[in-house]
Design a protein around this ligand. Structure first.
Ligand code: FES
Ligand SMILES: [Fe+2]
Length: 448
């Protein structure tokens, strides 16, 4: 449990708040680049600020305040120009620095004294990132899934109506899978009347997840250079199938989690971007890599999609993993009142997550650089701190077998690239079977 004051400190993200200042030390993904192909001007909300993201007709990106300085018209209705964005009302032109470059009908020459708020933006891996912190902007870190070669990619976007920390705390919660993605999944499929059809195979995700509830001895959580690792220790004596330790997804400070590893047949960043105190811009950055010897189908750009929350009757859709997570995050309330919670032994990693967040907020308050701030380019970064191994054999999990129908259990099923992913997964399995027949180890990673 947290005091009301501590809860405020960890959750509020507006300008000048302690956590908001921490967040302004990171490049923040704000939109899929493909959205600007559909419409080159978009209103966005990030860290409590209303902004307009645009691509000018020369291909340059800009992120500026959302209202024209003249008479406050919304610039989301603006007209892209060679040098920037023009207000639709009287044509004032704003460049990428936010400077007003032209005031048609007012003065023939450029006047730079009128200045809108503006932030630097960069593009990487099909996402647009904004720097909202002190200038000059540091290097944009190349986390491996954004830049890994020979992949199919797609980007799922959802606006979740709750504070970002509820979504991120899910990352520090290895045991929620037992219920939210195990027993709840089963209940949902039973109510739909298709449990036998969807979950007959023991490869189905819910069976594995439900089993994780048996024989838990303890949880563990340790800080790592980029965040922390955590997981569950199982005991045969307490009812588990064997004595073993299972690591859960990788936490990358401050707002990312990673399932699977770069180079694997299915890996993902879940990115919890605070739009404001009570809304989260949730990005599932999904990557399906071809191992050596297998060719990934080619893509023109990285497509995006919005996994639906409700069906045509207005009922919640709960038969896929992300929807189950989103349900529980939102159900905790706009900003959950952590002064009322009752934590147990399974919440141990959440305590570390909160401590780490508090420590890094304090560092920024002291004028120091926080974790995962890189003043210069550190090269390709791996969330776990280690380059991924490519030597593990293929385990037949539902996320490596999308070509056999298992995509239906993830948000991925709605994605525009899913047919390419199925082609890739088929090729990977065929290569793996051939490698096994030849007596070689497989080339694929499994996923969390
Ligand atoms: S209100 Fe924008 S140019 Fe007049
Ligand atoms: Fe989950």
């Amino acid at each position: 449990m947290l005091s009301a004051a501590a809860n405020e400190r960890l959750t509020r993200v507006g300008p000048g708040t302690p956590c908001g200042e921490l967040m302004r030390r990171y490049w923040i993904p704000v939109a899929p680049a493909a959205q600007l192909d559909e419409n080159p001007v978009r209103k966005i909300r990030v860290l409590g600020e209303d902004l307009v993201l645009y691509r000018n007709t020369s291909g340059g990106l800009g992120l500026i305040g959302d209202r024209c300085l003249h008479r406050l018209v919304e610039l989301r209705h603006g007209i892209p120009d060679e040098r920037g964005l023009r207000c639709p009302y009287h044509g004032w032109l704003y460049g990428e620095t936010g400077a007003c470059l032209e005031r048609p009908m007012e003065s023939a020459k450029g006047e730079f004294k009128f200045q809108l708020k503006a932030y630097p933006v960069r593009e990487m891996g099909g996402l647009i990132f904004a720097w909202m912190g002190p200038l000059p902007a540091p290097a944009l870190p190349q986390w491996d899934l954004y830049v890994w070669p020979d992949c199919v990619r797609q980007i799922a976007i959802n606006v979740i109506d709750c504070n970002w920390l509820q979504c991120q705390e899910n990352t520090g919660d290895p045991t929620h899978s037992v219920w939210a993605h195990g027993h709840l999944f089963k209940y949902v499929l039973e109510r739909q009347g298709n449990y036998a059809e969807r979950a007959a195979s023991l490869d189905h995700t819910l069976h594995g997840r439900t089993k994780w509830g048996n024989g838990i001895k303890e949880l563990f959580a340790h800080p790592t250079p980029h965040g922390f690792e955590k997981g569950i220790v199982f005991s045969k004596e307490l009812g588990a199938e064997a004595d073993l330790t299972r690591r859960h997804s990788t936490v990358i400070f401050p707002f990312m989690t990673q399932t699977g590893k770069a180079g694997g047949p299915r890996s993902e960043y879940q990115i919890r971007v605070p739009m404001d105190d009570t809304h989260t811009y949730h990005i599932c950055y999904q990557v399906y890599a071809a191992p050596p010897g297998v060719e990934a189908p080619k893509q023109e750009g990285v497509p995006w999609y919005e996994p639906p929350e409700r069906d045509e009757k207005g009922e919640l859709i709960l038969d896929y993993v992300l929807a189950q997570d989103a349900l529980v995050w939102k159900s905790q309330g706009p900003i959950t009142d952590r002064s009322k919670e009752i934590l147990g032994r399974t919440d141990l990693p959440i305590l570390l997550l909160r401590r780490q967040l508090e420590e890094q907020i304090t560092r920024v308050g002291q004028g120091l650089e926080p974790m995962n701030f890189f003043a210069s380019d550190p090269g390709m970064l791996h969330g776990s701190g280690e380059p991924p191994s490519r030597t593990r054999s293929l385990l037949q999990t539902y996320r490596t077998l999308y070509h056999k129908g298992f995509a239906s259990d993830d948000a991925d099923r709605y994605g525009p690239a899913i047919e390419l992913v199925k082609i890739l997964h088929r090729r990977i399995e065929e290569a793996d079977i051939a490698a096994r027949a030849a007596g070689q180890a497989g080339t694929n990673e499994t996923v969390a």
